[in-house]
Each structure stands twice: as C-alpha cells, then as structure tokens.
Design a protein around this ligand. Structure first.
Ligand code: NAD
Length: 261
C-alpha cells in the first residue's frame, strides 16, 4: 500500500484500461475519482464494490472531456471532493479507422479533442496545485501509436505522438517540483476499443473473432499476447511510487515487443 492518503483521478475509467488503473490505485490505498460514460446503475454498483473491497473513497463524475470546460470542471470538482488531486491519469480515448483522404473531419476533431487536447487541459488544470503541494504524479496513457504509426489511424497516431510531446514538456517544466510526468505506451489490450476493431475486421474479412484476434496480435507484436488492464494498472502504481521518483518525461512501453522492431 504505497498511495495511502493520496487522491487520484482516472479519466475514462468506466471501462477497459481506465478501470484497471482505477482498481490498482484504489488497491494501493489512493482515493479514486472515476469518470467516463456508461449505465449509471452499473457504474454505481462497481463504484460501491470497489470502495467496499479497498476501504478507500471512490467517487464518480460523468464529465464529457471533449471540451476544455468539461476537463476543467472535472479537475475542480475532484479537488473539491477530495481536498487535493495528487495523481492524474489521463486515460480517456477513442479510435476511428479510415484512410487519411476519407477520414471524416468531424472524427478527426473528436479524436484530437479527447485523445490530445483533454490531456493538455487535464495537466494545465492539475499542475498548479500539485506544484504548490510539492508532490504529484501525472501519467498519460499514450500508446505504441505514440511511437510508431499504422495505416488508417491518422487522428489517433497524431494525437498519441502529441501526448508524448506534451508529456516531455510538462516533465521538463516540473523537473524540480516533486511532480513527475510520464506516459505509458501499451500495445494491444483487449478492451471494448479493440474488441470493436476485431469485430469490424472479422465482418470485413468473413473470418471469426478468434482468427482476427490472432491476426491483429501477430501483425504488430512479436509476443502474441494481449496486455491486461490489470498489468497497466500495476505499471501506473509503480510510476506513482517512490521507486519512480526520478522517472519523468519517459514513454514507458508495455507492448509485447511491438516497438522493439
Ligand atoms: P475503452 O473504450 O474500453 O474505454 C474508454 C473510456 O473512455 C471509457 O470509460 C469511456 O466511457 C471513456 N470516454 C469516451 N469518451 C469520453 C468522453 N468524451 N469524455 C469522458 N470519457 C470518455 O478504451 P481502452 O482501450 O480502455 O482505452 C483507454 C486508453 O488507452 C485510450 O486512451 C486508448 O487510446 C489507450 N490505449 C488502448 C490500447 C488498447 O489496446 N486497448 C492500446 C494503447 C492505448
């Protein structure tokens, strides 16, 4: 239990990686504010169960983070609810797959707004209090696509490369303040975001979901295994620990060897 007394916000934590990260932070002792979309009753049930299991405070805020105001409001309400915000995990993200010259402009705007601008706004709003308190951890969930590209993902790849740039700038500006800023770069993690891509591929190719899962992994990763949200959660807890106090500005890969090639 390394994070007792710390207060964390994980954006996009009603599903997938964000939920895994929120669970890991709560199990490490931090109070956690959940955020994201979904069925309110189901979210409330999971929120209560996590709070009971870990004995920390678990809140939920349904803010839409596709605008500057949405992000600022979420950070402010979390600070007010917990008294401070010590750990910010910018995780919320969406995907859209299409060739660049057919990419819908509205999808470009939506992906950039959530996957890149919301990360900037989250850091912008959380940093002043972290700096003042002399301790903070910001972890931006980027992607292998922050380091290398794939076809048909222009907005996502541009946003994730941008997240790594913004992470490095924040790390430099906060170098001697007790606040570290790092990015996690996962390869394939089996979440709804990826399940949709596998289902689309199976429909397009007339294959099964099982066949397309293997194809998806082996196209990119030397290791033909999905990383789990729990493993990403444990990595984030490590980045929040004292062991990682001098790690800052780092893109940390957890990608089955994807970007080693
Ligand atoms: P997911 O679809 O399972 O979860 C996305 C979360 O974001 C959900 O909680 C959703 O409600 C929330 N969200 C969506 N739009 C929102 C909005 N406008 N405002 C607030 N919340 C919103 O996806 P995931 O795979 O868990 O992805 C989480 C992060 O991890 C993303 O940034 C994604 O790019 C990144 N990532 C995922 C993979 C992967 O293989 N799954 C790999 C690398 C990086």
């Amino acid at each position: 239990m390394t994070l007792i007394g710390r207060h964390a916000l994980v954006t996009g934590s009603t599903s997938g990686i964000g939920w895994g990260v929120a669970r890991a932070l709560a199990h490490a002792g931090a109070d956690v504010m959940l955020n994201g979309f979904g069925d309110p009753d189901e979210i409330d049930e999971r929120r209560r169960a996590l709070a009971e299991e870990t004995r920390v405070t678990v809140g939920y805020d349904p803010a839409d983070l596709s605008s500057a105001e949405g992000v600022a409001g979420l950070v402010e309400r979390t600070q007010a609810a917990f008294g401070s915000l010590d750990v910010l995990v910018n995780n919320a993200g969406i995907q859209h797959v299409a060739p660049l010259d057919e990419f819908p402009v509205e999808r470009w705007d939506a992906v950039i707004a959530l996957n890149l601008s919301a990360v900037f706004h989250g850091m912008r709003c959380a940093i002043p209090q972290m700096r003042q308190r002399g301790w903070g951890r910001i972890v931006n969930i980027a992607s292998a696509h922050g380091l290398v590209a794939s076809t048909q993902k222009v907005a996502y790849v541009a946003a994730k490369h941008g997240v790594l740039g913004a992470t490095k700038v924040a790390a430099l500006e906060l170098a001697n303040t007790g606040v570290t800023v790092n990015a996690v770069c996962p390869g394939w993690v089996l979440t709804p975001l990826v399940e949709r891509q596998i289902a689309d591929r199976a429909a397009a190719n007339g294959t099964s979901v099982a066949e397309e899962s293997v194809a998806l992994l082996s196209e990119k990763q030397p290791m033909h295994t999905f990383t789990t949200p729990e493993q990403i959660g444990d990595l984030v807890v490590f980045l929040c620990s004292d062991a990682a106090a001098t790690m800052t500005g780092a893109p940390v890969s957890i990608d089955g060897g994807w970007t080693a090639q």
